[in-house]
Design a protein around this ligand. Structure first.
Ligand code: NDP
Length: 481
């Protein structure tokens, strides 16, 4: 008889959540001019966590003006060595407060504490450490002897990795000498507001980082603001296209990191057990709310039955439930809206003739949940093979030859990532060359590192974040991607 796991909840007492939060502009928190606030909830329980300010046009103007003042008077004049000291200080404070930040992220986002603690937070700190190291060495980055900053960066981020996406954007911007106005997603503002507190704690000069909360409309006002020099956006392809249209014809430099529909390709010589772990990590990590998720599994026909049986066996061991429990593998879906989207797309999968399978698992009464799901009998024409579901849903297709795998993998408007599982090094190199994807993982999946550039092809966006290449997006130089 298998033993059950005892509950192992992480304590939330380490986090003090205020009943409401203002806007972080010019180094301090202020009330929104509209006087309006919106609620942010815990998606696992639907409990209201806090009320957060809704920034309107006057607040966006004030935040951009504060960033401009800080840029002109302080940050652009400071030496790289001094900027580095602040960024190192931020990195160390993130490490010191990592348990608190991980619990806060899990409460506001719904992701398992195991992931916020072991994946998100270490990467957040690593991004600040890495970029702090660049701040005084930009002349050696390959962009000329004295590369210049751009000015004020408007940054709009999504809800799937709230603090990590902040780090990907804020760390290179500051290292390169820019100031920032950042808008977190409406459903996950709390860790960005905790980051504002860290900026105060680090003694960062007022206005270098400004955090304004609000809905999509606030994001639109920010990216369209005439005094912004750079726009960085991560989110849906639809909003990315709207932003590109809004920025066209202006001097603003733009990077877009949008959706994906990655193929995870398993050849018949792959170590199957290892590949199964990679498939699970590829699509069920963070409830599948991952732009580079391996949402299309391409199995070579000769091993398809064996691999599917192993995968299903493995999925029966995943534990769905309380995100604060350290044994939880699958947490809550971030919002009721996202849950409806997943439900609609999976219903279309069945309606179009694909076969749906999920392990039996108890779904909590409250909150937003979706069980890990596998679709077989999927054709390339099905919506579940073409559209980004952004949930724990895997669409399985098969192939016979490497050429067929390439054709199927590239048959998508997206091009963010891909995975290849095979023992043959030459095949990995050949396949990687054929993939129209910004990131190709070989015999692994969903690995991230601040030294490694991340970004897409086609409708997955343009520009790179991370690595030397990512610095170019925040300097007054030609975009390297
Ligand atoms: P959005 O693209 O709408 O949200 C991303 C960010 O942009 C949020 O901060 C959002 O604010 C803001 N925003 C919304 N509209 C505008 C606008 N017109 N101008 C500027 N900023 C704007 O994604 P959703 O949260 O609506 O998710 C929808 C789908 O997008 C998901 O189902 C998923 O498929 C995909 N997605 C992909 C992501 C990725 O990393 N590739 C990340 C998130 C979503 P607010 O949150 O307040 O709406």
């Amino acid at each position: 008889m298998p033993f059950d796991y005892a509950p192992a909840p992480e304590s939330r007492s380490i986090v003090d959540i205020e009943s409401n939060y203002g806007l972080f502009i010019g180094g301090s928190f202020s009330e929104p001019t509209s006087g309006e606030f919106f609620k942010t909830i815990n998606p696992a329980t639907e409990e209201v966590l806090s009320e957060v300010a809704e920034a309107g046009q006057a607040d966006v103007d004030a935040a951009v003006a504060a960033a401009r003042r800080a840029y002109d008077k302080t940050w652009s004049k400071m030496s790289g060595k001094d900027r580095a000291k602040y960024i190192f200080r931020i990195a160390r404070l993130i490490q010191e407060r990592s348990r608190e930040l991980a619990v806060l992220e899990t409460l506001d986002n719904g992701k398992p504490i195991r992931e916020s603690r072991d994946a998100d937070l270490p990467l957040v700190a690593a991004h600040f450490f890495y970029h702090a190291g660049w701040a005084d060495k930009l002349e050696f980055a390959g962009y000329g002897p004295d590369p210049k900053s751009l000015g004020v960066a408007a940054q709009v981020i999504p809800w799937n990795f709230p603090l990590l996406m902040l780090a990907w954007k804020v760390a290179p911007a500051l290292a390169c000498g820019n100031t920032v106005v950042l808008k977190p997603a409406e459903t996950t503002p709390l860790t960005a507001l905790a980051f504002a507190d860290i900026c105060q704690q680090a003694g960062l000069p007022p206005g270098v980082v400004n955090i304004i909360t609000g809905a999509g409309e606030t994001g639109r006002m920010l990216v369209e603001h005439p005094d912004v020099d750079k726009v960085a956006f991560t989110g849906s392809t639809e909003v990315g296209k709207a932003i590109q249209r809004a920025v066209a014809g202006t001097k603003k430099k733009l990077t877009l990191e949008l959706g994906g529909k990655a193929a995870n390709i398993v050849f018949d010589d792959a170590p199957i057990d290892q590949a199964i772990e990679g498939i699970v990590n590829g699509i069920y990590f963070n409830q599948g709310h991952v732009c580079c998720a391996g949402s299309r599994l391409l199995l070579q026909e000769s091993v398809a039955d064996e691999a599917l049986a192993s995968l299903k066996r493995r999925l029966t061991t995943l534990r769905l439930g309380d995100p604060l429990d350290k044994n939880t593998d699958i947490g809550a879906i971030n919002s009721s809206m996202q849950l409806s989207k997943i439900e609609e797309l999976t219903a279309s999968g069945e309606a179009e003739g694909a076969e749906r399978w999920s392990p039996t698992c108890a779904i909590p009464d409250k909150g937003f949940w979706f069980p890990p799901t596998v679709f077989t009998n999927v054709t390339q024409a099905h919506r579940i093979a073409r559209e980004e579901i952004f949930g724990p849903v895997l669409s399985v297709l098969t192939f016979r030859t490497p050429e067929e795998a390439v054709a199927k993998a590239n048959n998508t408007p997206f091009g963010l990532s891909a995975g290849i599982w095979t023992e043959k090094g030459s095949r990995i190199l050949w396949m990687a060359n054929q993939m129209r994807a910004g990131i190709v993982w070989a015999n692994t999946f969903n690995r991230f590192d601040p030294t490694s550039p991340f970004g897409g092809f086609k409708e997955s966006g343009f520009g790179r974040e991370g690595g030397v290449q990512g610095l170019g997006a925040y300097l007054n130089v030609e975009d390297p991607s």
